[in-house]
Design a protein around this ligand. Structure first.
Ligand code: COA
Length: 185
């Protein structure tokens, strides 16, 4: 069962990161565009790179409207360096009575390989299980995406099943591996 999530005033702090709601500002739009313009960021997440900062601003306004996605801010630079969303879980069986959310994330490549997204996801898992009624979290990666696979493994998820993800934006179909993490696992 999908348990809709709203960021609201939530702020989650880790050693190097602050997670907060997206803000409809020029600065957040520029920080978003800095990484969303790159195919290496968007394609593994199933979306098309942004063609301009104006396009990023439009998508930023959707983030603000939907409010189910954290901006991941580097405490060192104050810049938004990624996003982490909690969405409707596509891998959850319709008759599963547990409340669930699916984690999705992207990070600016300047910050890859430093354990940052693992730090963010671990903090969000802890926060979700202590502050929402979600009992189960899902996360998936396209089969070629070993970086994301490692984040998922390091955060304690276990393999659930394979899915097929159709990206209308990209006009491509991807094989995806889905993982699950249960509260008190
Ligand atoms: C996936 C992503 C968020 C990872 O963020 P990150 O902060 O770099 O992740 P971490 O540093 O915590 O972990 C990355 C792991 O991948 C490993 N890695 C790095 N380059 C790799 C490569 N070419 N092949 C395989 N693994 C690689 C790292 O060694 C690390 O694993 P380790 O701790 O076992 O050494 C980031 O790469 C990204 O934004 N990618 C594009 C968007 C995307 O794929 N989103 C996820 C959609 S499911």
């Amino acid at each position: 069962m999908y348990t809709p999530f709203k960021v609201g005033d939530t702020r989650i702090e880790t050693e190097r990161l602050l997670l907060r709601g997206w803000e409809d500002t020029r600065q957040d739009a520029e920080d978003l565009y800095a990484y969303a313009q790159l195919e290496i960021v968007g394609r593994p997440a199933g979306w098309k790179y942004h063609a301009s900062v104006e396009e990023s601003r439009k998508i930023l306004r959707m983030f603000v409207e939907e409010d189910d996605c954290f901006a991941v801010v580097s405490k060192e630079t104050g810049k938004v360096i990624g996003s982490l969303g909690l969405h409707e879980p596509k891998a959850m069986d319709a008759d599963d009575p547990r409340r669930g959310l699916e984690v999705g994330y992207v990070l600016n490549p300047d910050y890859w390989g430093k354990g940052m997204m693992t730090e963010a996801v671990r903090a969000v898992i802890d926060w979700v299980f202590h502050n929402t009624d979600a009992e189960v979290l899902f996360c998936g990666h396209f089969t070629f995406n070993d970086r994301s696979r490692r984040v998922i493994e390091k955060c304690g998820f276990t393999y659930l099943k394979n899915c097929v993800c159709v990206s209308e934006q990209l006009g491509e179909t991807f094989d995806e591996k889905m993982y699950i993490l249960t509260k008190n696992a």
